[in-house]
Design a protein around this ligand. Structure first.
Ligand SMILES: *Cc1c(COP(=O)(O)O)cnc(C)c1O
Length: 241
């Protein structure tokens, strides 16, 4: 990864952040929501550290990564900046100890085994971490996350893990142009949150709905997203090594 960014790239980055911000603002207006009720999480997988530094200079201080090793390398490369690292991809239990060291937030909690291991490692580090529970709202076999019907029982186990600060839910909608079906995924996540607010154990908070990516974030905002995870629309197409 090169560690420099030229003026043209900087201008393009600036323009794409502004364009996404404008679309978020307009989706909030359309939905009758305050702009401050939605946070943009820039997704930086495959994006070089120099471009993250540029995004940080634009005022963004948290980034989403889906691979632990890549996130860790960037956290080290950018150690002089105050950045909250969010792990948003499926996490294998054996990677929990790495995540416990440096990440601020995990959007992909999807098993009790992972919750237990992460809690244990966090206790050892003397840290806590915000977590969102990933739900498979599309029913697609390729997608990670709890089945919706398994969520209530899962929530009942979470108070045992004192270092996990439960904040809400995350999902990936069906990859489709069909607005009704995509929005149906987002609506399901929101209804799970409403149910959780009524029934869940004390001490857990369910304010966050992390949903919406480059292709569908305006629909997610219409359905109540509080965090939109946007990569391509900010940084361009990803180039995998
Ligand atoms: C890559 C990724 C995103 C961002 O996707 P874009 O379509 O590039 O905006 C969002 N969420 C997760 C979990 C991802 O892995």
């Amino acid at each position: 990864m090169t560690d420099s960014i030229d003026k043209g790239d900087l201008a393009a980055l600036n323009a794409s952040f502004q364009a996404v911000e404008a679309r978020i603002a307009s989706a909030c207006t359309d939905a009758g929501r305050e702009r401050s009720s939605v946070r943009l999480l820039p997704v930086t997988k495959t994006v070089a550290p120099a471009r993250l530094r540029a995004a940080h200079a634009l005022g963004y201080a948290w980034f989403g990564e889906n691979k632990v090793q890549e996130a860790q390398e960037k956290a080290e490369a950018l150690a002089e900046l105050a950045i909250d690292w969010c792990i948003i991809g499926h996490l294998q239990t054996n990677k929990a100890r790495h995540v416990a060291r440096f990440a601020a937030e995990l959007h992909s909690l999807d098993s009790l085994r992972l919750a237990a291991e992460l809690d244990r490692r966090l206790q050892a580090e003397g840290r806590a971490m915000r977590v969102l529970i990933q739900v498979n709202t599309s029913g697609e076999a390729s997608k990670a996350g709890l089945a919706p019907q398994d969520v209530p029982a899962f929530l009942r186990e979470l108070p045992a893990f004192a270092s996990l600060q439960v904040r809400g839910f995350m999902t990936l909608a069906m990859a489709s142009d069909d607005e009704a079906r995509v929005r149906g995924c987002f609506r399901l996540l929101r209804s799970l949150r409403e149910a959780a607010r009524q029934d869940a154990p004390a001490g857990l908070a369910f304010d966050e709905l992390s949903m919406g990516m480059s292709g569908d974030f305006p629909w997610a905002i219409a359905e109540g997203a509080t965090i939109v995870r946007v990569g391509t629309a900010l940084f361009g197409e990803r180039h995998y090594a």
